[in-house]
Ligand binder design. Sequence first.
Ligand code: SAM
Length: 243
Amino acid sequence: THFGYETVEKSKKASKVAEVFHSVAAKYDVMNDLMSFGVHRIWKRYTIERAAARPGQTILDIAGGTGDLTAKFSKIVGSTGKVVLADINESMLKVGRNKLVDNGIVGNVEYVQANAECLPFPDNYFDRITIAFGLRNVTEKEKALQSMYRILKPGGKLLVLEFSKPALPALSKVYDVYSFSLLPAMGKVVANDSESYKYLAESIRMHPDQETLKQMMSDAGFDEVEYTNLTGGIVALHIGKKF
Ligand code: SAM
């Protein structure tokens, strides 16, 4: 049936995502710096600024991977606060935990293996939720956004940092060449894994554009949803509140 086909497609996507991140985990940080020419650090710093977190708060970094945002939040919330780094992928979680522990980021960070589509936390629990470069890998994005809304405290904020649609057609062309040719080639040379980086390029192209994601967040219940384009819309930061 049509539904049967959809289920197969969905489980195929989920196992592809699991395979990709298991395969790239060890080289993830190096590749991130190379692929974005280090700019992902600026996108993440901006996200932290906009989160405006405070000491004592409880924060969820879902699809947190190797923990860049978690590390920054951990310093901000301090010993009276807590950051939960959650990811569906055991290999990414392990690399993340080892990195943070090695850097002395301990005491207020917890690690949870969880799927963004059904987050195992109580209602109205977190002051801030971030998902950076994670949502495009999630099979059922609507379900994930609803799950995030449920566990966000009233007065809290969700921040979604993700690849988006470049604003200028010329930039779009350059970017296409970059992501479909250069990216897999770099993946091959550095990580001996062009397939995973091909997947990444495809997942970026398939991801909803700025306005579509904004609407999806509103549909999931978020209030005052807005977005900011970064690097000409290659990336966008969407923010939604819960009143
Ligand atoms: N947030 C980190 C960063 O910005 O560097 C890691 C981003 S990495 C590109 C995407 C992460 O999403 C991977 O660690 C992957 O395992 C995770 N992921 C994919 N699907 C997920 C899901 N359904 N639920 C939770 N995490 C998921």
